[in-house]
Design a protein around this ligand. Structure first.
Ligand code: PEP
Ligand code: MG
Length: 315
């Protein structure tokens, strides 16, 4: 057993009254996928494909990419693996797709936006994902990072369909996408909320800046309201909404997210046991009540304190 696995996970996330919540892992390469599989993750909610190729100057060819993706998919036979297309730029530079000269890289050509300049890189990656999926029994979902508009959603879903990738979704990490979740989910199969960037963009606080930590806090009620708006859009379109940012690894916040209507949580494998334990001790009505308290709070501290008071299981 790994020393940092806090509590074991039995491989099945649910509330005390049996409402199912998929508890999945964030991975970036084969080694982290192996760790996630050993921890009993119910699949992968975020495969950060750019982690396979950080620092590379040349685009890896389709075969090399397919091999890297297949190695991860093979760790999860019969399970869902959400493969994110390259999220290059800002904190994750990939020299073969991003421009180092931008003044504000977090607001620049990053994530899906790189496909405007280099559409062939996205096409090659989708071809590689499709090829990798062929040889495995994993259920492959594909999603794009940094989607801001309905139009980008349509273009991405269409590109995925050209490669036979029929379960295409978007990350909700730009506030505009949260506010337009209804029309976005009318055109895509699912959404996954990236709370790290959603917080950065909602609060206008650089996620890498330690001096702004009280702003870079997913408990900020403004951030929770954007998650709420995303879930409302998902419910309208009967599409699943997951969370794959660090927020999903905070057990009290996981309760809030489930109460808002999130159906899967993806996190670092070592958090799975703690999140499962708190969810498993809390019924869905309590999750909803705590979510309301947090969304209606006026500050992050207030939201945290209200959740804590309402959840004695946190100890
Ligand atoms: C996020 O932004 O919350 C997210 C999950 O993506 P990343 O941390 O890779 O930007
Ligand atoms: Mg992000």
């Amino acid at each position: 057993a790994e020393p940092n696995v806090v509590r074991d996970f039995d491989g099945h996330g649910r509330t005390a009254d049996g409402h199912e919540v998929d508890l999945m892992a964030n991975v970036g390469d084969l080694a982290s996928a192996e760790t996630a599989a050993r921890a009993g993750a119910q699949g992968v909610g975020l495969f950060r494909t750019e982690f396979c190729f950080l620092g590379r100057r040349q685009e890896p060819d389709v075969e090399e990419q397919a091999n890297a993706y297949r190695a991860v998919l093979e760790q999860f036979p019969g399970q869902k693996v959400v493969v994110r297309t390259l999220d290059a730029g800002a904190d994750k530079p990939l020299p073969f797709v991003t421009d180092a000269e931008e003044a504000n890289p977090a607001l620049g050509v990053r994530g899906l936006r790189t496909a405007r300049k280099a559409p062939e890189v996205l096409e090659n990656q989708l071809a590689a994902i499709a090829r990798a999926a062929e040889g495995t029994t994993a259920e492959v979902w594909v999603m794009a990072p940094m989607v801001a508009t309905v139009r980008e959603t349509e273009d991405f879903v269409t590109a995925c369909e050209r490669h036979g990738l029929t379960t295409a979704g978007v990350m909700v990490e730009v506030p505009s996408a949260a506010l337009l979740a209804g029309p976005i989910l009318a055109r895509s199969a699912f959404a996954s909320v990236g709370t790290n960037d959603l917080t950065q963009y909602a609060m206008a606080a650089d996620r890498l800046l330690g001096s702004l930590t009280e702003l870079s806090d997913p408990w900020q009620p403004a951030v929770l309201r954007l998650v709420d708006a995303t879930c409302t859009g998902g419910a309208q379109q009967s599409r699943p909404v997951g969370v794959c940012g660090e927020a999903a690894a905070d057990p009290a916040l996981a309760v809030v997210l489930v109460g808002l209507g999130v159906s899967s949580l993806s996190m670092t494998p070592r958090a799975l046991g703690d999140v499962a334990a708190v969810l498993g001790a809390t019924d869905l009505a309590t999750c909803r009540g705590v979510a309301r308290l947090a969304v209606d709070a006026e500050s992050a501290e207030d939201a945290r304190a209200k959740a804590r008071d309402a959840l004695p299981v946190l100890g």
